[in-house]
Design a protein around this ligand. Structure first.
Ligand SMILES: [Ca+2]
Ligand SMILES: [Ca+2]
Ligand SMILES: [Ca+2]
Ligand SMILES: [Ca+2]
Length: 682
């Protein structure tokens, strides 16, 4: 047996040796470089005499010739043709050209190959053609969420999930429901508490570990605040929103008041304080980033401006689009939504893939719940690119980079500074790569200024099927470039759901502050409710503002505009000037070029952020040293299990076992020699 094997090994060696000889060999082309004295007409004559095609003159009497009867890729030199040329007295020298291996250095942004089994199905990250969130290009640019901490405010987090354990951050976690440091969810038969674990996986499931899915910020730390599996109070919310706020960068929340189309509710005293403290003092003064799901009350005619969490200027509110770019059936339209990420839609449209309870994996995560964590992951990539972004910088970057293309809504409009905006999609689909690029050249926006004006035309009665108009001439000295706009309205109404309210800016942007909500029969009206719109972002606030309140009520259903205030947030300097000043300065530092050239660059980048001197895209994305967490549930496929049991049985038979060992040895030997020989050939 041993002798046979030895002979077999020898044979294999011989085959490998010959194979190596072949793959190491030079490949000759059908082209020659020939030195000929006397000029190109002589060279042409020689080519013709010996059956060559004259391709052209090179330099110093060298000419490029080709012969059709020579094989294009040959391991042997054509001695016949050498002889033909060298025997001609007019030829001084000749050499047959060798084929060289050259590779294109283009960016492989859409061919990232990850071994996570669900990766090929993650359509919203990898389907290309402008129909995903451009996350692969952000990864290729080096942004993967390194050093960024995200926490999920929800019903718990399965911290030992094999696809989450690597990025799990105890310092970003807490259990407010059970008053301990372990946010592990409570299990029940219907998996009520799977929400938080699903959201966490969207942000930071490990990449390339052969398990489940890929988080958008797969190098970020992720924690969970367990706060929804119990009574939610103002104190519970406040403690969740402010937990470890010097450590946590991004809070992702996919919950809020009832989406029943008749609730008007928001944060109370302590939660408001937590938001304010967070944006002012969190992240060492840069401000906590609160990402909020806009709500799932579409079917109930709900309006996210009646939800004080999404309607807040401190939260970055995210809506959803379906696989086909449509407004999902559950979506709520409102003027405070800033941008959109993909999520589920109708039957037949795909859903979001993520980690699930019991170390599982789901392809069925849905609603705006799934959208907010995707946005949190994208914001984590932007923070990886620039950790100094403030909470307002992040909103500015989203406004400037979100893409309206391929999103279908009837209400797309262009605001006074040329930005497209919709009540269903905000400024459009988030674009991770565009955010990362802009984050890298971003200079923090100037201090937030506030201009508050008391509305006129108050105590106006609005009869049924009628409307009231109020105008206000604004002349703000401190706010020249708008960010958020709030209209704080006190309105009484026989039926609150009959009201629809519009605010038009001096630059002509008309924003729907409230649409009709048929289920809302409340007689409470609105008491100083701060309706918010982001649609005037970048506009000048100065001029005439118009507020219109329509009352669709019948049979004596009256309403009254009792009081209103306009609160205008923004900056006195143009944030764009600062960005491009830095961009210009970077040219001074990097290129040390003349002033005119710098000016030119600065203006070019005003049109397109692609001219970013900071972006250095690596050629290859590597996923090195990724820990592969083994877990019975997920990692062993059926085939692997069968092979394991087969090998166990074979252990009983020593003879067969040793043969297998020899064969394995031989194959390893073969592979190693082959690798060496390929390596050597390069
Ligand atoms: Ca616990
Ligand atoms: Ca994974
Ligand atoms: Ca809602
Ligand atoms: Ca908001």
């Amino acid at each position: 047996m041993t002798t046979t094997l030895a002979i077999f090994q020898l044979l294999i060696l011989l085959i490998i040796f010959n194979f190596c000889k072949v793959i190491n060999a030079k490949l000759y082309s059908d082209q020659f470089v020939v030195q000929i004295a006397g000029g190109s007409h002589v060279a042409k004559k020689i080519a013709k005499d010996h059956g060559f095609t004259y391709l052209g003159e090179m330099h110093d009497n060298y000419y490029h010739l080709q012969h059709r009867s020579i094989t294009k890729r040959s391991i042997e030199k054509s001695l016949t043709h050498h002889e033909l040329l060298l025997n001609d007295s007019r030829v001084k020298k000749c050499s047959q050209q060798i084929i060289k291996k050259r590779v294109k250095r283009d960016l492989l942004t859409h061919t990232i190959d990850l071994n996570d089994p669900k990766w090929p199905e993650m359509w919203y990250l990898n389907r290309g053609k402008g129909l995903d969130m451009n996350v692969e290009a952000a990864w290729a640019a080096g942004a993967t969420g390194k050093g960024v901490v995200v926490t999920i405010l929800d019903d718990g987090l399965e911290k030992d999930h094999p696809d989450l354990i690597h990025n799990y951050d105890p310092a970003a976690s807490y259990d407010i429901n059970d008053k301990d440091f372990d946010p592990h969810p409570r299990y029940d038969v219907v998996n009520t508490n799977r929400h938080g674990t699903r959201c966490a996986g969207e942000v930071a499931a490990s990449a390339n570990n052969s398990l489940c899915s890929v988080g958008i910020a797969f190098d970020a730390h992720v924690g969970g605040i367990r706060m929804l599996d119990g009574e939610v109070t103002d104190a519970v919310e406040a403690r969740s929103l402010s937990h470890n706020f010097q450590h946590i960068d991004i809070y992702s929340a996919s919950w809020g008041p009832d989406d029943n189309g008749k609730t008007v509710d928001g944060p109370s005293e302590h939660a408001l304080y937590a938001f304010k403290e967070g944006v002012e003092k969190g992240r060492n003064g840069l401000g906590s980033i609160f990402i909020w799901a806009s709500g799932n009350g579409g079917r109930e005619w709900d309006n996210c401006n009646c939800d004080g969490y999404t309607n807040s200027i401190w939260t970055l509110s995210i809506s959803s689009a379906t696989e086909n770019g449509l407004v999902p059936w559950y979506s709520e339209a409102c003027s405070s939504s800033l941008a959109t990420t993909y999520s589920s839609g109708s039957t037949g449209e795909r859903q979001v893939i993520s980690t699930d309870l019991h170390h599982g994996c789901t392809s069925g995560h849905t609603g705006t719940s799934a959208s907010a964590p995707l946005a949190a992951g994208i914001c984590a990539l932007a923070l990886d690119a620039n950790p100094n972004l403030t909470w307002r910088d992040m909103q500015h970057i989203v406004v400037r980079t979100a893409k309206p293309e391929n999103l279908f809504a009837r209400d797309w409009a262009t605001n006074g500074v040329g930005r497209n905006v919709s009540h269903s999609f905000g400024y459009g689909m988030m674009d991770a790569y565009a955010m990362v690029k802009l984050a890298r050249i971003w200079t923090s926006v100037p201090e937030q200024k506030i201009c508050e004006m008391k509305g006129l035309n108050i105590n106006q009665l609005i009869l049924p099927r009628n409307h009231a108009t109020a105008t206000l001439i604004v002349n703000c000295g401190n706010v020249k470039y708008l960010e958020h706009v709030q209209a704080k309205l006190t309105i009484s109404a026989t039926k609150r759901g009959d009201l629809h309210i519009y605010l038009t800016s001096p630059m002509g942007t008309k924003s729907t502050l409230l649409a009709q909500r048929p289920p809302d029969s409340s007689r409470s009206g609105f008491d100083n409710w701060p309706f918010m719109t982001v649609h005037m972002w970048g506009e000048s606030p100065n001029g005439v503002w118009k507020l219109e309140i329509f009352n669709d009520g019948r049979y004596g259903g009256r309403a009254m505009l009792k009081e209103w205030n306009l609160v205008l947030y923004g900056t006195s300097e143009n944030p764009d000037d600062l960005i491009f000043k830095k961009d210009k300065n970077s040219h001074i530092r990097h290129h040390n070029g003349g002033l005119l050239e710098q000016e030119h660059h600065a203006h070019e980048s005003r049109r397109s952020y692609d001219r970013d001197p900071y972006v250095r895209v690596p050629n290859v994305v590597t996923f090195l040293n990724k820990e592969t967490v083994m877990n019975d549930h997920l990692s062993l496929s059926g085939a692997d299990k069968n092979q394991d049991s087969m090998l166990e049985n074979l252990e009983h038979n020593h003879a067969i076992h040793s043969v297998i060992n020899q064969v394995i040895l031989l194959i390893s030997f073969f592979v190693i020699t082959l690798i060496n020989c390929v390596h050597f050939s390069n």
